[in-house]
Design a protein around this ligand. Structure first.
Ligand code: KIV
Length: 260
């Protein structure tokens, strides 16, 4: 899977699948099932480390888990998250992004909008593929007043639209939209030529991502509105992953029940 193929998927209306993985066993299983993109998310702060949020995740943690996950991937595109405080200025962001690429990531993801203009530009100038992340930004959970849906009012929605367009103009090649109203995510997905991958952002994003531990019912994330436990109806992990893939491809997930 390449970035150009993801763009072709978007132009052909083919939905993109993404699951998080933090080790070689899970990444290999997801890869063999045919998941298009695998994210080494800083959600490992919650699901691996047991933290209340992602703020304690370090670059060393991300490098370790990116290396491990990369061992299992043959076909999927591997995206590595930049953790909290690892991109406070453009030189630091560039140095850390290079470390994640050296660890086996093919693209780095970080949260935030136009406040990071310099960072988007320096990564683009250095040919490091970037995935943006707008809407709910778990690394800013304290500033955002908790895990809340973003872009519900006109001003908030316009800020996310403006940021999305700016990110595309600064070379961002994929955009994660987390916890935004389905109508807003649809509008943004239609306005961009790069693919959007939604989580709690409705069925009209170009793809869907879930934290794998949530979709397998291992964590309390399963109680979140936008999460579906695919293991309950499947009985085994491979079938659950295959059911996630077909539900996304056939636009059966997320249903209205899983959207805002
Ligand atoms: O860290 C993560 O797993 C993420 C997804 C929820 C998109 O950023």
């Amino acid at each position: 899977m390449t970035l150009s193929e993801l763009k072709i998927y978007k132009s052909q209306g083919k939905k993109i699948t993404c699951l998080t993985a933090y080790d070689a066993s899970f990444s290999q299983l997801f890869d063999e099932c045919g998941v298009d993109t695998i994210l080494v998310g800083d959600s490992l702060g919650n699901v691996i480390q047991g933290g209340e949020n992602t703020l304690a995740v370090s670059m060393d943690d991300m490098i370790y888990h990116t290396k491990a996950a990369a061992q299992g991937v043959k076909t999927a595109l591997l995206i590595a998250d930049m953790p909290y405080q690892s991109y406070t200025n453009s030189q630091q962001a560039l140095d850390n992004a290079k470390l994640l690429i050296a660890a086996g990531g093919e693209m780095v993801k970080f949260e935030g909008g136009s406040e990071h203009k310099d960072i988007f530009q320096i990564l683009q100038a250095n040919n490091i593929p970037v995935c943006g992340h707008l809407g709910l930004q778990p690394q800013s959970v304290i500033e955002m007043g908790g895990y809340k849906v973003q872009g519900k009012d006109e001003k908030g929605a316009q800020k996310i639209i403006d940021d999305a367009l700016a990110l595309e103009s600064w070379g961002v090649e994929v955009l994660v939209l987390e916890c935004v109203p389905a109508e807003l995510a649809k509008k943004i997905s239609q306005a961009l030529s790069i693919p959007t991958i939604g989580i709690g952002a409705g069925v009209d994003c170009d793809g869907q991502v879930l934290v794998s531990y949530d979709m397998l019912g291992i964590t309390q994330g399963g109680a979140l509105k936008f999460v579906k436990n695919f293991l309950t109806e499947s009985g085994d992990i491979k079938t659950a992953v295959n059911n996630f893939i077909s539900a996304v491809k056939q636009q059966e997930f997320p249903s209205d029940q899983h959207s805002y």
